[in-house]
Design a protein around this ligand. Structure first.
Ligand code: NAD
Length: 381
């Protein structure tokens, strides 16, 4: 069965769906792997390494997609209408596509896939259950983003992060405040702690308290009097009253911080705006904020995707596609995630979809020319 791994064409995307040292599991399972020429370049994997690991190199997208049964990608297929820039047109009818489809943000792509009778599975709708942990690409990629966000802030701020006691005097540790203590936030807390900063963490889910404290950071508790946790450990959108309370609690902690990193998200919704202009204006000049939710609308009132904004000497960074900056490892982790899902869908060398299985049912977006994913269907109504 032919697997096709294209070179990602979205500008700035350096990741690739499979890496050479992960191919063994698939060749053993009977798959024949075709990788588009140069697909691994952005992640520092050469065509030669893929060939040595048992893959064949396709010289053009046409050669790659011809007779492909399975297509493994990172980004949703580009449907631009422009000649030479429309990945969906090249995908054979009846093939199986696995990638981040992000249909909760862009449900239209599901309609296009159904029209082309492509069976699709999305890496971002895999249930967050223990059995699916090794397929959890949202977590592997978020963890890399949380790590890198701290390094970007550390490089930008004109201060040390650790406390230093030197002959030239004592330097206090930098104050780092992480808002949203999910996967990215916890990795950011751990990284800032390793760099020696004084770290505080905040989340509306009470369960986050223990996790923040176990990393040696202080938990900022807004003591919201409502249920903030949804199914699967995700956050719920909070009431207007809770938002006001959050604003009061966050104000002083943001104002006192040297670095603020925001990671707060509510699945399927625009990211909540948590850091407002008045908080930024109360910060010391030279302070740095990094908004990891900028592509989902942003947690910081003045952040802009892909830009660095200066407000009275305070720098607000809105990094886009941070995971691409870590592409050697994010591709490696993603490859492990996607292979585990593909093997989950394979029985005795053949693709078999058991829709009674929670992982298969929740990750499948389109099948037999129909959109089968309920939440995506609702968004299209
Ligand atoms: P996410 O990216 O959707 O959100 C990031 C964080 O933002 C979450 O911790 C959320 O509570 C927080 N948040 C949302 N609104 C907020 C607000 N108004 N103020 C402050 N914080 C706010 O979530 P995620 O990081 O992908 O995962 C969240 C949780 O899901 C994890 O901490 C865990 O409990 C659970 N999870 C479980 C598994 C598993 O069991 N396999 C895997 C991954 C995650």
């Amino acid at each position: 069965m032919k697997i096709a791994v294209p070179k990602e064409i979205v500008p700035g995307e350096r990741r690739v769906a499979l890496v050479p040292n992960a191919l063994g599991k698939l060749t053993k399972a009977g798959f024949e792997i075709f990788v588009e020429k140069g697909a691994g370049e952005g992640s520092c994997y050469s065509d030669k390494e893929y060939e040595e690991a048992g893959a064949r190199i396709a010289k053009s997208p046409e050669e790659l997609y011809k007779d492909a049964k399975v297509i493994l990608k990172v980004r949703p297929p580009v449907v631009s209408g422009k000649k030479g820039n429309n990945e969906l047109d090249l995908m054979p009818e009846g093939s199986v596509l696995i990638c981040f489809l992000e249909t909760l943000r862009n449900p239209q792509v599901a309609g296009e896939l159904a029209k082309r009778k492509i069976t699709s599975f999305s890496m971002d709708t895999i249930p967050r259950i223990s059995r699916a942990q090794s397929m959890d690409a949202l977590s592997s990629q978020a963890s890399a983003a949380g790590y890198k966000a701290v390094l970007i802030a550390a490089r930008t701020i004109r201060k040390f992060l650790p406390m230093l006691t030197t002959a030239a005097g004592t330097i206090p540790p930098a104050k780092v405040f992480i808002i949203g203590a999910g996967v990215a936030g916890l990795q950011a807390i751990a990284t800032a702690r390793r760099l020696g900063a004084n770290v505080e963490g905040f989340d509306i889910r009470p369960a986050a308290k223990g996790e923040v404290e176990s990393l040696g950071a202080r938990f900022v508790d807004a003591q919201l009097e409502e249920d903030t946790e949804a199914e699967g450990g995700y956050a719920k959108e909070v009431s207007e009253e809770a938002k006001k309370r959050e604003h009061q609690v966050l104000h002083d902690h943001v104002a006192a911080a040297d670095i603020v990193i925001t990671t707060a998200q509510v699945p399927g919704k625009k990211a909540p705006v948590l850091v407002t202009r008045d908080m930024i204006e109360a910060m010391k000049p030279g302070s740095v904020l990094v908004d990891l939710a900028v592509e989902q609308g942003g947690n910081i009132e003045l952040s802009k995707p892909g830009e660095s904004v200066d407000v009275n000497g305070v720098t607000i960074i809105g990094p886009d596609n941070l995971t691409s900056e870590m592409s050697v490892h994010t591709s490696q982790m993603y490859a492990r995630n996607i292979i585990t899902l593909l093997l989950h869908l394979t029985k005795e060398g053949q693709l078999q979809f058991d829709f009674d299985d929670e992982i298969t049912a929740e990750s499948c977006i389109t099948h037999n020319g129909e959109i089968v994913h309920e939440r995506t269907k609702e968004l299209l109504k």
